[in-house]
Design a protein around this ligand. Structure first.
Ligand SMILES: C[S@@+](CC[C@H](N)C(=O)[O-])C[C@H]1O[C@@H](n2cnc3c(N)ncnc32)[C@H](O)[C@@H]1O
Length: 304
């Protein structure tokens, strides 16, 4: 990994002909510098609690012929403040934080590109409503349930042991999806299918059973919210081709970049936390495959 100098304020920090990029800084400011329609795949796993105190302004969106805002897919919708997320300040602040970043994600996807938004049961239903408004309801492709089995089990309610990954495409008539590259699963009753079929396995559905990153395993980086490479491998195989640009602007330990690099995709990753950047640098440094990687701070030093 090449550690390049800070980005100069009057240069574009990234172009499609440049190196893979790791950016230390706030993602929103950085995303605004990227050209439209540059990434075939965007995966993001935002933190639930940003720790930011934002101006209190809750919102919900409803379709309206006379709405004050034009949706990306052409329909108009009205922004009505103060209702849907009004019951919890932290929650409203969270959506104030996430919404402009999701708008950037839409802008940055190629016409055949796909967004994977990784959340849990607390936020996913609100995110579905918001993304339906931003992308258009017909652009919703899937809700993937990542099921795991780890930790204590509540005896007071059904123990929550899954994450939710919402999948939206920019254009439902021409998005890229390649199931042939995706890893397959063993049949539950292999005796009921031909030996050839049993050997090949079956395509995964929208429910993915996958262990969390093992506390003792070699994948573990020590970053608390690290996601398993197996989950990213499936996503990257299905929704991008070798050479494509993949974006993760809540990069954490750099799982997306590490897998993208192994699968010969190019990547841009952003995180504002120095600990994350240190882990990413170490993780990618151990991986000798793929294209060169640069590291910048954003915003950088201004010239003159
Ligand atoms: C849940 S973690 C991502 C974990 C990652 N998927 C992995 O496998 O390691 C979310 C990350 O978003 C970063 N983050 C939060 N707000 C940010 C912002 N405004 N700009 C850039 N990074 C941000 C945090 O520092 C944290 O590392």
């Amino acid at each position: 990994m090449t550690l390049s100098s800070d980005c100069l304020a009057d240069e574009l920090p990234w172009t499609p002909s440049g190196d893979n990029l790791v950016v230390k800084g706030d993602n929103l400011e950085f995303l605004r510098t990227l050209p439209d329609a540059s990434f075939r795949l965007i995966y993001i796993d935002p933190p639930f609690n940003t720790g930011k105190v934002q101006t209190r302004q809750t919102m919900k969106t409803t379709r309206s012929a006379t709405g004050n805002r034009v949706g990306f897919k052409g329909q108009t919708y009205q922004t009505v403040k103060g209702v849907a997320f009004g019951y919890n300040d932290a929650f409203g602040d969270y959506w104030e934080f996430l919404e402009p970043r999701l708008e950037q994600a839409w802008r940055l996807l190629t016409g055949d590109g796909t967004l994977y938004l990784h959340l849990d049961y607390r936020e996913v239903h609100y995110a579905k409503v918001l993304l339906d408004a931003l992308f258009g309801r017909e652009s919703f492709l899937n809700e993937i349930i990542w099921a795991y089995d780890y930790g204590a089990r509540s005896t007071k309610k059904w123990p929550a042991k899954h994450d939710n990954i919402l999948v939206y495409v920019k254009d439902p008539s021409r998005y890229y999806f390649n199931s042939t590259e995706v890893d397959r699963e063993p049949y539950m009753a292999p005796g009921l299918v031909t030996p050839e079929k049993a050997a090949l396995g079956k395509l995964p559905t929208d429910v993915w059973w996958h262990t969390i990153v093992s506390p003792m395993g070699k994948e573990k980086t020590g970053y608390p919210t690290q996601k398993p490479e197996g989950i990213l491998r499936r996503i990257i195989h299905a929704s991008s081709e070798p050479g494509d640009w993949v974006l993760d602007f809540f990069a954490g330990s750099g799982t997306t970049g590490a897998v993208a690099q192994n699968l010969n995709r190019r990547f841009v990753m952003v995180d504002q936390n120095q600990e994350a950047i240190d882990i990413i640098t170490k993780r990618l440094g151990n991986n000798l495959l793929g294209f060169p990687v640069s590291l910048i701070e954003f915003p950088g030093i201004s010239k003159g």
